[in-house]
Design a protein around this ligand. Sequence first.
Ligand SMILES: N[C@@H]1[C@@H](O)[C@H](O)[C@@H](COP(=O)(O)O)O[C@@H]1O
Ligand SMILES: [Mg+2]
Length: 448
Amino acid sequence: MGKLFGTSGIRMKNLSPKIAYKVGLAIAKKYKNVVIGRDTRTTGKLIETALSAGVLRGGGEITTIGVVPTPVLGFNARNYDVGVMITASHNPPEYNGIKLFNKNGLAFNKKEEDEIEEIIFKKDFNEVNWDEVGEIWEDNKCIKNYMDYILEKIEVNKKFNVVVDCANASACLVSPYLFTDVGCHVISVNSHMDGRFIGRLPEPNEKNLKKTMDMIKGLNSDRNSYIGIAHDGDADRMVAIDEKGRLADFDKLLAAFSRYIVEKTGTKTIVTTVDASMVIDEYLKDLDVEVKRTKVGDVYVAEEMIKSSSIFGGEPSGTWIHGDIHLTPDGILSGLRVLEMLEFYNKKLYEILDEIPSYINLREKIYCEDEKKEKVMNYVIENGEKIFKTPPETVDGARFNLPNGWILIRPSGTEPYIRIRVEAKNMSLAKDLLEKGIKLVKNGLSLT
Ligand SMILES: N[C@@H]1[C@@H](O)[C@H](O)[C@@H](COP(=O)(O)O)O[C@@H]1O
Ligand SMILES: [Mg+2]
């Protein structure tokens, strides 16, 4: 077995129940009381059952909370020794995954994941006898506990019109209700649960959200009143659609929201990842705040937030963490907070976004099997300097910083791709960087 954990826990096509069983055994070796939630995928019960069998065989006790968004699992993990979320987040339906949370609602860091991995690889399991096997308890109150808590913390006075797109996923159980409870007029779409994600694929991108964007354009043909909030398959992410029916640029939205948080709370540090736009630094430059950057992945963001006492950290993927509430990325809370921001500035979303400067942003992903990623990246790191005429920064993958732009080439930790992200102040530089980046990766791939 190769390495199990990636950017966001274990994630695989046709994830095998055998792996889940071993993860369960390994968890029980270290933790006693385990809470388990899952997303809507067709394999959710299969994986949960296998993992639960492992936990019980290993001597643990289980509380199952059924189908929930990841933030609900993370929020409730505080009452247990460990939280297990069975989800493949934004990946297509044939994937599933296992993401672990500690009792602070913080995703497992590399060290914690390595401990589990080591137990699995060394087969260092405990197996209990019939008279020591624990129970599986059910708790149906977790969603309510979460919603009550969030409602106490959110204050929206204006009556917003919101289209909530739940991706046929577990957000269906929470998002439309919470937006209604804070006083919004809600139209929910893709809001019946379906493990095949029949309405749209779970990644909240331009292609998958086209119908929802068109719907908002139609609703707003005479007045710009509806905005859209869309989630991924486990609702730890949120993207917004502005009143003109455009998918809000991920980096601009992050920049706008970061500015709002600094202005509202006075926080001295905002955390983001190495793949985020330079627009964030520029848009906050007149404020007394430092922008810190980490490797891609919500756990790195959360850890840096703790280290630098920051209350907000976000990634351009739409994975945002609101540290004053909890440390699990939360797309539902992020959507509600976007409304608080609109109320604070008393502006439309498109007005706020249109004030933020734009650079040229290009993104590409090149298919690369997981086993080949390391070799390709070594090739990129060794050969990139000649091509980009500057040594790479290697916080995550290889980032080459030039005077008027940058290129980041990194292996996705959740999908079989090498991601390339380019940002530049003019199109010709952007295209040139992207072309060179693609060639470099393809050359690396041809040698594997
Ligand atoms: N929770 C994580 C995010 O933190 C991360 O940004 C995203 C993309 O990761 P990658 O680019 O490694 O596929 O995956 C998950 O959604
Ligand atoms: Mg997710």
